[in-house]
Design a protein. Structure first.
Lengths: 152, 307
């Protein structure tokens, strides 16, 4: 009699274990599928931004040529210049395919020397360009002044 | 009383106007050329108004000269290093002089001599906080202005004509060091004047220095703020004597050293500027007329070209 009861319990335990394993596998697949879906959609919804160091740019009149030549690059949606930081911040449409060499050539055509280029993504709805990008990092001259005023 | 010869006008006044086109800058200094770049496929349009007064006459003729000039200059960036310049001047020259029959005025107005030249950047060092440029330039002054204009008293003397009548070559070197706070420009130039219709203006040598200091804004904000520069410039011009039918005119040519004070407001799209040039030393040959002052105002625009 005891043997019969033991077999019944063992059988129920295996069924529960199978059910548990099945549930875990299903949940893992669902999470992975969800994650992969989100990862595939992210680039299509975000803009790319190139922060370009421009060597030799010293006056407002010179900034004009730099903005115009960068604006001619394919897929550019916005160009901002930070004169104090010797930077041009170029925002591209998500589908744009621009190389560092093209950006460097645009700076040279404006008569100046290109420096380091840093790429960053800007999420849709969180477009942050130019002066505002610097403001978010709180490292631009204007923000420093604002922060000092607030602190005072 | 010394015979009154209206032709003995200060050549330095005249040549300053004739040469004003070639001395136009596209950025930086107000009275001469800079070495800063003109971007490829872009142009800088520079319009100026120049007023010259010269009344310091050592003779009893009491000569009184007024020159109004409106040069329009266009600088086009052929490549990032090569810029082509063209200058079209409209000039009005008016001279009052005492004669035995009373005071008379002779004047001329019209298109002056068009100047075209090229400037090539041979050396450039760009770093984060400065740029240093060296750019030689060379070109031609074409005889587009009238050189045989007449008024009620007959044909005007050559220095009062809107044009010189000759093809002249010019060349020089411009050097610029620029930071965001200040800028230093210098140039040296020479203009070889040719003979036309038996008259040859003396060759001209010039050298200039300009210092511009940003007085506003005191601290740079975000983006591209407009700048206001206080400008101090100095110009040294020396000209040889003219030749009339192969004979040198003793009352022509000479040397002048000007000291200039001005202001320049610089934005991304345009520049507005003004400067007063006062002669610190003025040594015309013979009885040449001395300059009182020279005023220059101007506007420059950045223009994007479709090619």
């Amino acid at each position: 009699m005891e043997n019969v009861i033991m077999r019944i319990y063992a059988c129920r335990g295996r069924q529960q274990l199978r059910a548990l394993v099945s549930s875990v596998v299903l949940m893992t697949v669902a999470v992975l599928a969800g994650t992969l879906t989100v990862a595939a959609q992210a680039p299509t919804g975000s803009q790319k931004q190139a922060v370009v160091s421009v060597q030799g740019m010293q006056c407002p009149f010179c900034a004009y040529g730099i903005k115009k030549h960068l604006a001619k690059l394919p897929g550019v949606t916005r160009v901002d210049v930070e004169l104090a930081k010797n930077q041009a911040i170029v925002t591209f449409a998500p589908a744009a395919n621009v190389t560092d060499a093209q950006i460097q050539q645009a700076i040279r055509k404006a008569g100046f020397t290109p420096g380091k280029i840093e790429w960053q993504s800007v999420g849709e709805g969180k477009k942050t360009t130019g002066a505002h990008a610097a403001e978010r990092r709180h490292d631009c001259v204007g923000c420093e002044a604002k922060l000092k005023t607030r602190e005072a | 009383m010394r015979p009154l010869t209206i032709s003995k006008v200060s050549v330095l006044v005249m040549t300053a106007i004739l040469a004003s086109g070639s001395r136009l800058a596209h950025a930086g200094p107000i009275t001469f050329l800079t070495a800063l770049p003109v971007p490829q496929s872009q142009a800088v349009v520079h319009w100026q108004y120049v007023l010259v007064r010269a009344t310091d006459d050592p003779t009893p003729a009491e000569r009184d000269l007024t020159v109004n000039a409106v040069p329009l200059a266009v600088a086009v960036g052929a490549t990032s290093r090569l810029a082509i310049f063209g200058i079209i001047p409209i000039v009005n020259k008016s001279m009052k002089v005492m004669t035995p029959i009373g005071r008379m005025t002779r004047d001329s107005t019209g298109l002056g001599d068009i100047v075209t030249f090229a400037r090539y950047t041979i050396y450039a060092v760009d770093v984060a906080e400065s740029t240093f440029r060296v750019a030689p330039f060379g070109g031609l002054k074409m005889p587009t202005g009238d050189s045989d204009a007449s008024d009620a008293f007959g044909q005007l003397p050559r220095p009062l004509q809107p044009g010189s009548g000759s093809w002249d070559a010019l060349g020089g070197l411009a050097v610029t060091f620029q930071t965001k706070q200040w800028e230093l420009d210098a140039d040296v130039g020479y203009k070889k004047n040719a003979e036309a219709d038996g008259y040859r203006f003396g060759d001209e040598f010039s050298t200039d220095l300009s210092f511009q200091y940003r007085v506003w804004p005191r601290q740079l904000s975000t983006g591209v703020p407009a700048f206001l520069f206080a400008v101090v410039e100095t110009n040294l011009i020396s000209q040889g004597r003219h030749e009339v039918a192969g004979t040198r005119d003793p009352d022509s040519g000479g040397s002048r050293w000007d000291v200039d004070l001005g202001l320049q407001y610089v934005t991304t799209h345009f520049i507005v500027e003004g400067i007063a040039q006062m002669p610190a030393v003025d040594q015309p040959h013979g009885t040449g007329l001395r300059n009182d002052f020279r005023l220059t105002t101007g506007v420059r625009w950045n223009v994007s070209l479709p090619f």
